[in-house]
Write a protein that binds this ligand. Structure first.
Ligand SMILES: Nc1nc2c(ncn2[C@@H]2O[C@H](COP(=O)(O)OP(=O)(O)O)[C@@H](O)[C@H]2O)c(=O)[nH]1
Ligand SMILES: [Mg+2]
Length: 317
């Protein structure tokens, strides 16, 4: 069998404008809980200290964190002064711009095709949405013509292997899985197989763990080392999946996993129905790791590329 032609390096892009509009509506709906308390701040008739105090409180309640809240208030006051704004409604629009500017460093596309395969390791706490996001991402990649191999390195529970297997079947991609196997060994086999079979992407699903479970964090480091043994340039991406509902706790996870593994990107899930969507601002302020994708639901199409302006506007719409 001839080796498949390598895909040229390309960002995993956003869908066509019509589909993007549908996504924007879902994003707005998803962020409504976070946004509604922010929006009520601007329903008064004056721009006064009370407005800024209310805004500070609303930002903190949305888990924006003290530092990012301080930064946003200062930046907003400067913008209000510059624009000589007198309408609270206009202040809201200026806040959207301030938030977009703060979040912009998080905007980055996941690029595949530079390496064959591009090896992507996925980590996070239990239930954050790792396996679901991998399933959605596989679909995304397959749509763009990339061949994907899944590695079931969450070997603790049979159910976890089966869950990934369902996503593999649904997307008709291959999976490397081993009953009761060692997660590092499964990852090694998958990367080796990905190279031999000329796959474009190998996605490694790992078991959930807390940063405080030091032996499990060591295991994760071992998986990373062993992946490098299978392919000297891998892993090309180390992604952390965080549950947007966990607010400031998610920020703590970003810090710990980054210290342990050196993260290259984030996937933020469950932004639908959360009142803590401000956490992205806290991440931008304190540990600006690119957000490749955000999730606003359980369906396949509910994972999309992150855009700072869209996010800020959806938040304050
Ligand atoms: N509402 C919502 N649920 C999600 C999202 N992403 C994942 N989930 C759900 O979260 C639960 C845990 O997901 P799973 O992928 O198994 O988490 P894992 O333990 O990190 O692999 C499942 O019920 C998913 O359907 C999201 O963006 N929004
Ligand atoms: Mg899982």
């Amino acid at each position: 069998m001839p080796a498949p032609a390598p895909v040229a390096p390309a960002p995993v892009t956003a869908p066509a404008p019509a589909a993007r509009q549908g996504w924007l509506d879902r994003l707005k709906a998803g962020l409504r809980k976070t946004g509604s308390s922010l929006a009520t701040v601007f329903t008064g008739t004056q721009i006064d200290d009370a407005l800024y105090e209310e805004l500070e409180e609303a930002l903190l309640m949305a888990d924006t964190g003290v530092k990012a809240t301080e930064h946003l208030l200062k930046d907003l006051k400067r913008r209000v002064k510059e624009a000589k704004t007198t309408e609270p409604g206009q202040v809201k629009a200026l806040l959207a711009e301030a938030i977009a500017d703060l979040l912009r460093p998080l905007e980055k596309a996941l690029v595949i095709g530079e390496f064959t395969p591009t090896v992507i390791m996925v980590a996070g706490v239990n239930g954050a949405g790792k396996t679901t996001s991998i399933g959605k991402l596989t679909k995304h990649l397959a749509n763009e013509g990339a061949s994907v191999l899944l590695a079931a390195a969450d070997t603790f529970r049979a159910a976890a292997r089966e869950q990934l297997g369902v996503w593999a079947d649904r997307n008709t991609v291959e999976i490397v899985s081993q009953e009761g196997g060692d997660p590092a060994a499964v990852s090694f086999d998958a990367v080796t197989a990905g190279k031999a079979r000329g796959k474009d992407v190998v996605l490694v699903d790992t078991a959930g763990r807390l940063p405080t479970q030091l032996h499990l964090m060591e295991e994760l480091k071992k998986i990373k080392r062993v992946v490098t043994k299978a392919d000297g340039s891998a892993p090309h991406e180390v992604l952390l999946v965080i549950d947007g509902n966990t607010g400031q706790n998610a920020l703590a996870q970003v810090r710990s996993f980054d210290d342990a593994l050196g993260l290259t990107g984030l996937i933020v899930t469950k932004l639908d129905g959360t009142a803590k969507g401000g956490v992205l601002a806290a991440i931008a302020q304190e540990r600006p790791i690119p957000v490749y994708f955000i999730g606003v639901g359980e369906k396949l199409e509910d994972l999309e590329t992150f855009n700072a302006r869209e996010f800020a506007q959806a938040l304050l719409s």
